[in-house]
Write a protein that binds this ligand. Structure first.
Ligand code: NAP
Length: 324
């Protein structure tokens, strides 16, 4: 079957063109794609710069996830297709059956767009808190490092609405964006700009239970120092979850930090969780977004216009591509 799709090779920007799609193989199902997600992950994989991508020598579909209907039915599903060489930016895509996540019974007309646009950002904190941290303490205090980004804004809602956090502290580089976020998001208890002085940061992070770190690099290194130095109750566990590294690949931890207090540093991403845990997380993400429990602003762009959109930075409001 001939369909429209966006493909990339050699790390070059995607091209929108006709491709041939075969009948689904054993264990696969054909999805009529409605909308696909766009994220730092999608860009990094297409350019060959992500640990989950295979070689970019061969032309392959762009994308990691999307929303569509199982071919021949009206059944709406969220799906992922991110094995090396696989993708989702196509009018029809064959997906392993165990990578599809049904919508709940009740959802509104915006649900397909909301799920496609926000699933990647939502799963970041959902997976970290569901699986990686262990039991989230009752009345937890959670800090979000990179709170003004898509995943950061969703982490505020996930922390409070899904995992029952009592206090959420948002940290980011722009005081102006933080002030706007605080005004529009009542679930956010406190905000800290990265350039505040160490004592003030330490005061706000005293006895924080979990840090969801989307930044890594130098900003995370200095926030960790402030949090560890200010810790009043040294034996209280601080779980530092590395989720993104948008501010740098390296993070420096003086050995004394790990001996002088209960500090646990761990990562959350495609690798560490089992397939069963990942399934539970993605089903939870699909239901929470489809039902509208979690929501932030997003914008629609037609997949046919991918070349123009790809040339721009991701921007403050997350884009999704409408396929059909
Ligand atoms: N492991 C996972 O499961 C998972 C899932 C989703 C995302 N991620 C990763 O998490 C990170 C954030 O994703 P996102 O979708 O939220 O991206 P985003 O919407 O582009 O947001 C990026 C955030 O990082 C901040 N930032 C960017 N560069 C910075 C720098 N040099 N110093 C300090 N702050 C900086 C931005 O601040 P401004 O608002 O001031 O620009 C914003 O708060 C990415 O690395 C992404 O790949 C991981």
């Amino acid at each position: 079957m001939q369909v429209k799709a966006a493909v990339a090779s050699g790390g070059k920007p995607p091209v929108y063109k006709d491709i041939q799609v075969e009948a689904p193989g054993a264990g696969e199902v054909a999805i009529e794609v409605i909308a696909v997600g766009y994220s730092n992950l999608v860009r990094a994989r297409a350019s060959g710069g992500h640990y989950s991508a295979g070689s970019t020598d061969q032309e392959s579909l762009v994308g990691v996830d999307g929303v569509g209907k199982i071919q021949g039915t009206e059944e709406l599903v969220y799906f992922v297709n991110f094995a090396p060489g696989k993708g989702t930016y196509s009018e029809v895509v064959n997906v392993p059956k165990n990578f599809i996540y049904p919508f709940p019974k009740d959802f509104d007309e915006k649900a397909p767009a909301r799920v496609a646009a926000l699933a990647n950002g939502t799963m970041a904190s959902f997976m970290a808190l569901f699986d990686r941290v262990g039991d989230v303490p009752a009345d937890a205090k959670i800090a979000v490092l990179g709170a003004t980004g898509t995943a950061g804004q969703l982490a505020i809602q996930v922390s409070k609405k899904i995992f029952g956090a009592k206090t959420v502290v948002g940290i980011a580089r722009s005081a102006e964006k933080l002030a706007k976020l605080k005004q529009s998001q009542p679930l956010l208890d406190e905000v800290i700009a990265l350039d505040e002085d160490e004592d003030k940061i330490g005061g706000s992070l005293n006895n924080v239970d979990i840090v969801l770190d989307f930044l890594w690099g130098k900003p995370a290194t200095s926030i960790l120092a402030a949090a560890v130095k200010a810790k009043a109750e040294k034996s209280k566990r601080l779980s530092w979850v590395q989720i993104g590294s948008i501010a740098g690949e390296d993070f420096s931890v003086p050995s004394a930090f790990l001996r002088s207090s209960n500090l646990v540093i761990l990562g959350s991403g495609i690798g560490p969780s089992s397939p069963e845990q990942n399934r539970k997380v993605l089903q939870g993400v699909t239901e929470a977004l489809a039902s509208g429990k979690l929501d932030i602003n997003y914008r629609e762009v037609a997949l046919a216009d991918i070349a123009e959109e790809w040339a721009k930075p991701l921007g403050d409001v997350r884009t999704f591509f409408k396929v059909k």
